[in-house]
Design a protein around this ligand. Structure first.
Ligand SMILES: [Zn+2]
Length: 258
């Protein structure tokens, strides 16, 4: 069985002491592909170092994270585009989106940066990894406004309702399911139980959102297996079927093959 962690930040400093073992543990658990969304210009070099060390397993995306958007975002967007233009290694544009959880100071800038990166994704024909926090309506509206046959991707870390899931599926986007589905009282398990398996992909968002039984500790891609097992349980399907269906979806979306 093979799995893909569609959203993992293994290049951040939390993994500086044991990054190679972390990758090895993931591969040992069948998590053979790890998709790395970028954060901003400051994270780029570390991400590329990881991809160079594990080119068979680690695949980078290029993008500016909404919480890194400030008055200087034009400079960052210039970097995003120059990277997409020169580097064919990128398998997606991410992570991009809007985040109004901490504050709304850069709401306008976040909106503009997100819209422009959706346009870049269409221009370079790449899928997107979307972050949204306390901003689902705004994020969805921007996706709908930019929607064409060329725009596809994942709403990463989906934690919404069934009706929000329906709105996402209506755009043709998939939903990334992570550790929160294993949390008692999150309610996400009941929502996810109702969704078609072929609309879902797996993710850890490491080092954050660690699934049970390691909740509270540092997350890593090997723990994707606990998310996959929970998904199999709530969907009343075998782990094999979860592995196969989610891997097919990932391959269609990010690797353009079946
Ligand atoms: Zn992320």
């Amino acid at each position: 069985m093979n799995f893909t962690d569609t959203h993992t930040h293994l290049y951040v400093e939390e993994f500086d002491d044991d990054r190679n073992q972390v990758i090895q543990q993931a591969v040992n658990n069948g998590v053979t592909k790890m998709l790395l969304p970028n954060i901003d210009g400051a994270s780029l070099e570390a991400m590329h170092n990881l991809v160079s060390a594990f080119p068979e397993n680690c695949f980078p995306m290029m993008g500016l994270h909404p919480t890194s958007v400030n008055e200087d975002f034009e400079k960052e967007l210039t970097l995003v585009e120059s990277e997409l233009k020169k580097n064919s290694l990128y398998i997606g544009v991410g992570e991009i989106g809007t985040d109004l959880y901490w504050d709304e100071t850069y709401r306008e800038e976040q909106t503009e940066a997100f819209r422009r990166q959706l346009q870049l994704a269409k221009k370079y024909r790449l899928p997107v990894s979307i972050h949204t926090r306390n901003s689902f309506a705004l994020t969805l509206k921007l996706v709908q406004e930019e929607l064409t046959d060329d725009l596809k991707g994942v709403f990463h870390c989906f934690t919404g309702t069934e009706s929000e899931a329906k709105m996402i599926m209506d755009t043709g986007f998939k939903m990334g399911i992570g550790g929160i589905v294993t949390f008692k009282n999150s309610g996400l398990d009941k929502v996810v139980a109702q969704l078609p398996l072929d609309q879902l992909v797996l993710e850890t968002d490491a080092p954050y959102l660690t699934p049970v039984p390691y909740r509270g500790k540092r997350n890593q891609s090997a723990y994707l297996i606990y998310v996959a097992e929970k998904l199999a349980t709530v969907q009343n399907k075998s782990l094999e079927e979860v592995a196969e269906t989610t891997t097919n979806t990932v391959n269609q979306l990010f690797f353009n093959r079946n």
